[in-house]
Design a protein around this ligand. Structure first.
Ligand code: ADP
Ligand code: ADP
Length: 228
């Protein structure tokens, strides 16, 4: 589904963020990328939806090189969730969630219906929260809207960069559990970046353990935990 072939990324200042990376993520698999800050996790993820272009190597999505795919078309197939989701402050929760279907040209009513379904799916009652504005939500609720919005176009792939990083530990655990439940329902192919090994273990079908610019281990949680 997602395949990295000898991918290297050197930034303009000479920093090698990612060095000769090769790995594969199966369809419907949730892979967590874990490691300390600065080891190349975010760079890896952003090359999948072409926010960053590799210096060498290639990335295949369903067998096709992403470099040959129009970024807009690509991003329709790839949902993206970041740590502090940027919701539109002057749009309601429902309209924020309906943004992507609206961009895709869905009729307003249909887009809003879909948005309500998605809010329900992430545990926000649309009747209660749909008409609120982002500032009227807790941090955890905002992250849920971010996940709902990323799912709106029903993309087969989700990229998540520290999606539960900005909330307190209790809320984080709840969001993690909700997300696992959600993933069991929607079965997306997911790359999820975290610096927290516990989170990587809890969420990942497999875990890519990063050292500086490289994946040092790529295995199931049980195997990673058993490693010396
Ligand atoms: P992580 O997500 O694991 O924290 P990143 O992929 O963000 O790591 O960064 C990997 C390395 O690349 C770090 O040394 C970082 O400082 C560097 N880096 C990231 N973005 C840029 C950039 N735009 N220009 C130069 N160096 C960068
Ligand atoms: P969570 O556990 O989801 O992070 P919090 O404990 O932060 O939730 O918030 C508890 C409740 O307070 C939530 O139902 C939220 O809707 C409400 N709330 C938080 N901030 C605001 C606000 N600025 N205006 C109105 N309601 C708020």
């Amino acid at each position: 589904m997602i395949r990295f072939e000898h991918v290297t990324k050197r930034y303009a200042d000479g920093t090698t963020a990612v060095d000769d990376l090769s790995f594969e993520v199966a369809e419907g698999e949730l892979v967590t990328l874990v490691g300390p800050s600065g080891c190349g996790k975010t760079t890896t993820m952003k090359m999948v939806n072409r926010l960053i272009e590799p210096t060498e190597g290639r990335i295949l999505l369903d067998g096709a090189d992403v470099a040959g795919t129009d970024p807009v078309a690509l991003r329709r197939r790839i949902g993206y969730v970041i740590q502090q989701v940027g919701l539109f402050p002057h749009r309601t929760v429902l309209d924020n969630t309906a943004t992507v279907p609206a961009l895709l040209g869905w009729k307003r009513n249909k887009a809003r219906e879909r948005a309500a379904e998605l809010l329900d799916l992430v545990g926000l009652d649309p009747a209660t929260f749909g008409d609120r504005y982002p500032e009227q939500l807790s941090g955890g609720q905002r992250q849920r809207v971010g996940v709902a919005r990323a799912l709106a176009a029903d993309p087969p792939v989700l990229l998540m960069d520290e999606p539960f990083g900005a909330v307190d530990p209790v809320v984080r655990e709840r969001l993690q559990n909700e997300f696992l439940h959600l993933q069991a329902t929607v079965r997306k192919t997911v790359l999820l970046v975290t610096h927290d090994l516990e989170e990587a273990v809890r969420l990942g079908d497999r875990i890519a353990v990063y050292g500086q610019g490289r994946i040092e281990q790529f295995d199931t949680p049980a195997a990673v935990l058993a490693a010396p």
